[in-house]
Design a protein around this ligand. Structure first.
Ligand code: ACO
Length: 225
């Protein structure tokens, strides 16, 4: 990563300053050996992680013009569970989760958006829950003129009163170069229509665990709060 105040020496190198890889999306400083090495490592790991070879038995939840959503549940064959695990590790490392285990692996479902190019470009991990705590609106700050629209990297204030809920979204992730194409929205739609047999969950019945700033912006738009 290149910090905003990072200085770079202009020694006449071909690429100067940060560049974004148009395959993996990573922004790095070309001509910086350490950065380039990190990019190569990330690039390979990402491409391997999101590669989807296709399975004879796959559970397609929804099909779209630009891909499909498949779901892996704990009693699926080993190859499917292995892929779900591989994608989860990728997502966890992007979210900065270190060894955050699943609360209830035997009931966890992994939804994956597979593009027509056979790449897993979105992932949602859902688990059954009984209750959730509503995120509260931020009180106006005396320094509000200096604040960013939604401050980055902060903890949200939550209600102390639990409310009943059915499905917890423990992780949601979309490949950086495919964001704002409603992939996350379609993943959540698919969860809502398939999580509980015979009924479609309302947005009140789903909850996002510990959202990142991006996750909070997405969730509040999706749930229209
Ligand atoms: N900033 C502002 N609004 C946003 C953002 C954002 N970063 N992301 C989504 N929205 C809002 C927009 O209104 C958007 O509609 P529009 O594009 O027509 O304006 C609407 O939500 C729907 O967005 P989608 O296109 O469905 O969302 P996307 O596919 O881009 O995925 C996600 C959103 C999953 C948050 C993606 O940005 C991402 O992977 N971020 C990095 C990982 C992350 O932070 N995940 C959330 C962790 S929290 C958790 O896992 C419970």
């Amino acid at each position: 990563k290149v910090a905003e105040d990072q200085l770079v020496i202009d020694a006449g190198q071909k690429h100067f300053g940060p560049i974004a890889c148009n395959t993996c999306g990573m922004v790095y400083a070309a001509a910086n050996l350490e950065d380039e090495a990190q990019h190569v490592q990330y690039h390979q790991r990402l491409l391997e992680g999101i590669r989807y070879v296709g399975w004879k038995k796959e559970r397609v939840i929804t099909e779209f013009w630009d891909g499909k959503i498949i779901m892996v549940s704990p009693d699926d064959p080993k190859y499917a569970l292995k892929k779900a695990e591989e994608v989860r590790e990728l997502v966890d490392s992007e979210l900065g989760f270190q060894q955050v285990s699943l609360r209830c692996p035997s009931q966890t479902r992994t939804y994956m958006f597979v593009s027509n190019e056979k790449k897993i470009v979105g992932c949602l991990i859902a688990e059954p829950i009984r209750e959730a705590y509503r995120v509260l609106a931020e009180p106006p700050s005396p320094h509000s003129v200096h604040r960013e629209p939604l401050e980055r990297h902060r903890a949200w204030r939550c209600s102390t009163e639990p409310e009943p809920a059915i499905c917890g979204i423990s992780r949601i992730w979309v490949f950086a170069l495919m964001r704002r194409k409603a992939i996350a929205s379609r993943l959540v739609d698919s969860v809502r229509s398939s999580f509980m047999y015979g009924s479609v969950l309302t947005t009140e019945e789903i909850a996002f665990s510990d959202p990142t700033p991006d996750g909070k912006l997405f969730a509040s738009t999706y749930c229209k709060v």
